[in-house]
Design a protein around this ligand. Structure first.
Ligand code: BG6
Length: 514
């Protein structure tokens, strides 16, 4: 073969950019966390950063900068990160990984409205660019109350820290609540978007970082088995449950006045609904995925009348895990006349050809029977049963249950013959369990999301439009509840208020007992 002159380039097949199975490593950058003294930073963010480093997914040129009012030196902050990592990280602690990470840890002292502190932050980041080669790429993680977002964004803008160029990116990460209704969400989005363009804003909904939530897409769009029956012809209704056994002790500052619907239905549960009900995206390009979620959320609305299709409650004293627990009104920090709901259930309709007439029931609550999150697609009964009625007395409706947590997997429920000489049909379960099928353990949601953000990969972050549509869906019931006053009490350790049971019974259905 004649030589072309140039040495042939050897292409390493392991480095094929198109192979999405390969781990992607973030490029040089620094991550600045505002709110480093809070629970989120200590329990989730710092451990996730360490876990990423431990998995080799952070570049050598990486820096972690804390910003807070405390009078700390870099070493003090380093110690805080060290303790948080030791206590909460998912992967084993390795001294050499920690030492490499610790070299890039810095602290800047200041309050959010202190221009001098932001100038100091700016020079710290510049020095890191020089010393560690972080390349002028900076992510600002606002793990702070939303009321402080405008001030911090303004300071980042004034100090020039929000300014990006072709070569240097700047990104902002915000945590919910993204407002408390549609109007306030619009205001908040406007403030953030005056400083950061929409493609530099990463809104965290940590449910989207969960393996089992991403598996909804695999289950639906990688298989032939489910799609033909994933519609109003076969599905009777869908139940999306996020039940927690914990109470709200210690969280009054955040939760009182917010309540269950704003805390998790507006974000996590509506995102689960979007993944379950959306059409197949043209591809898994972020814009295509977002387009489908936006379409389905635009078609979603509360079923009416609201007094029959929604329910809310507040936990009273009771027993949980063998221990006596107090009611919300006796939890530290809650006012004795708090009308905050700790349980919320709503009925949604999705006005599309696929889902017309299929109710989506969403419920969530604190201090319920046990911690479980699942999506149950419940199918219609067979149109004809060629059995005597007694033979199928114990046959329920077929169901496909996506078990989001804690026992991650999928269950299919169907009828089977009971062994014996007579014909009797009873419900059985067929289970797929992550723990048994795979040897790899799932990364924490925050690992996945922080890495994606550093890579500039926006698929798992809800955009502005999704946030606003979610408020638009929820606002009517929030207004109604605000006018109603006190929610119905339910005993801790049970499955919620009577009104929630009635809500389904009225339609001839029952909530699942997970
Ligand atoms: C958070 C809510 O978003 O999710 C909390 O603010 C809730 O109230 C938490 O407890 C539950 O998260 P997970 O991942 O444990 O289901």
């Amino acid at each position: 073969m004649p030589s072309t002159g140039a040495a042939p380039q050897w292409v390493n097949p392991l480095r094929d950019e198109r192979d999405k199975r390969l781990p992607r490593i973030a490029g040089p950058c620094s991550l600045v966390i505002f709110g480093v003294t809070g629970d989120l930073a200590r329990k989730k963010l710092m451990p996730a950063v360490y876990d990423l480093a431990n998995r080799g997914l952070l570049p050598p040129g990486f820096a972690l900068v804390g910003f807070a009012r405390r009078d700390w030196a870099d070493e003090d902050f380093g110690q805080v990160v060290h303790d948080a990592v030791k206590q909460h990280s998912r992967t084993p602690f390795r001294e050499e990984v920690w030492e490499r990470l610790a070299e890039g840890i810095r602290f800047v002292q200041g309050s959010f409205d202190d221009a001098a502190a932001f100038a100091e932050l700016s020079s710290t980041l510049e020095s890191l660019d020089q010393e560690r080669g972080t390349g002028g790429n900076h992510a600002f993680y606002l793990a702070i109350p939303p009321a402080a977002f405008p001030t911090v964004c303004e300071q980042l803008s004034r100090s020039g820290l929000a300014k990006q160029t072709e070569e240097q990116w700047r990104r902002v990460v915000i945590e919910k609540p993204f407002g408390h209704d549609l109007d306030s969400a619009k205001e908040l989005n406007a403030v953030v978007n005056t400083v950061f363009p929409e493609d530099s804003v990463f809104r965290i909904d940590h449910y989207l970082g969960k393996e089992t939530v991403q598996n909804i897409l695999a289950l639906r769009f990688a298989n032939q088995l489910f799609d033909p029956i994933w519609n109003a012809h076969y599905v009777d209704h869908v139940q999306i449950t996020m039940a927690e056994d914990i109470g709200l002790g210690g969280r009054a500052g955040y939760y009182d006045g917010i309540g269950a619907a704003r805390d998790v239905i507006q974000n996590h549960l509506l995102q689960l609904l979007a993944f379950t009900a959306m059409e197949e995206p043209v591809s898994f390009e972020p814009s295509e995925l977002q387009a489908e979620k936006i379409k389905v959320l635009s078609a979603t609305r509360l079923a009416e009348p609201l007094d029959e299709t929604t329910a809310r409650g507040q936990y009273a004293a009771g027993w949980q895990g063998g221990q006596q627990v107090v009611g919300l009104l006796d939890e530290e920090g809650f006012s004795k006349d708090s009308v905050t709901e700790t349980y919320a259930a709503i009925t949604l309709e999705v006005d599309t050809r696929r889902w017309a007439g299929v109710p989506f029931y969403l419920r969530t609550g604190k201090r319920l029977g046990r911690r479980v999150t699942e999506i149950a697609v419940v199918f219609k009964r067979a149109p004809h049963l060629p059995f005597d009625a007694t033979m199928t007395e114990e046959l329920g409706q077929n169901a496909l249950v996506i078990r989001v947590q804690p026992d991650e997997g999928v269950t299919m429920r169907f009828g089977s013959k009971v062994p014996g000489s007579s014909m009797e049909v009873r419900d059985v379960n067929m289970d797929f369990s992550y723990g048994q099928a795979f040897t790899e353990s799932s990364p924490e949601a925050y690992e996945r999301l922080i890495l994606d953000m550093l890579l500039g990969e926006p698929s798992l972050f809800p955009v502005n439009a999704e946030v606003e549509l979610s408020w638009k869906i929820l606002d009517p019931v929030l207004e109604r509840w605000a006018a109603e006053g006190t929610p119905e009490p339910y005993e801790s350790g049970t499955w919620g208020p009577q009104s929630a049971q009635d809500m389904l019974r009225r339609t001839g259905r029952e909530w699942r007992r997970p």
